[in-house]
Design a protein around this ligand. Structure first.
Ligand code: SF4
Ligand code: SF4
Length: 217
């Protein structure tokens, strides 16, 4: 068996998901190589793979990730037909550092100097105030604890989550209308709605005239 020593350009890492942005990537935003609509916010408390422990844990600090395409995490900039990155010369730091055959360097970078929304949404952008308020009004519940207890969750707990979810959706709908946000911009400014974070844990979410109804499978 031969040891891999260089990138085979197979695209597996790009298909597994775009990178998180680090402070060194700030010029990509400032020069317009990446727009807010290219990014999805992973809010503090969302569950994600922690490469250091190889387990699913709540993220300790917010991070911005290159968004995926068609409901998957496959990086929007990955062109499968050409097995290549369409922004290769302007790709984020983590993409250049990633070597799937030797993960030392990427593990050293993981979780350090991460960019957050407040690093890139300028003071004169009215949505800055809005996203700060959103974070104060709707901090994420403890998703890890919820994932452990879902099968034993009482109707009262589910109703409480449902109320939070529907209030949060009403808030984001107000901002979408007021600022005419695209879906991509919404996911940057506010992250994913709670029900989308609950369904991978085993919850069901059904749209009704009075809002999203939560249950579990
Ligand atoms: S780093 Fe590894 S997974 Fe990514 S494209 Fe290269 S060979 Fe494929
Ligand atoms: S930005 Fe380019 S190199 Fe980085 S994950 Fe996306 S397609 Fe791959």
């Amino acid at each position: 068996m031969t040891h891999q020593t260089e990138c085979q350009r197979c695209g597996t890492c790009c298909e597994n998901g775009g990178p998180a942005l680090h402070s060194q990537d700030l010029p990509l935003i400032e020069k317009g190589d990446l727009s807010f609509g290219n990014l999805i916010t992973i809010r503090k408390g969302e569950l994600a793979h922690d490469p250091a422990t190889d387990s699913i844990e709540p993220v300790k600090t917010e991070l911005l990730k290159i968004t995926g395409k068609k409901g998957s995490w496959s990086c929007i900039f990955y062109d499968k037909s050409r097995n290549g990155c369409t922004i290769y010369d302007h790709r984020p730091l983590a993409c250049g550092v990633l070597k799937c055959w030797d993960t030392d360097e990427i593990l050293k970078l993981a979780g350090k100097d991460l960019l957050s929304r407040l690093d890139i949404v300028k003071e004169d952008n009215p949505l800055r105030k809005q996203l700060i308020e959103h974070e104060q009004l709707f901090p994420l519940p403890d998703l890890k604890a919820i994932s452990r207890t879902i099968s034993r969750s009482s109707k009262k707990t589910i109703k409480k989550l449902e109320r939070i979810n529907n209030k949060e959706i009403a808030y984001r709908m107000g901002a979408i209308d007021r600022f005419n946000l695209s879906v991509a911009e919404e996911l940057f400014y506010f992250g994913r709605p709670l029900f989308q974070l609950l369904t991978p844990l085993g919850f069901t979410a059904r749209e009704t005239a009075s809002g999203i109804k939560l249950g579990f499978k």
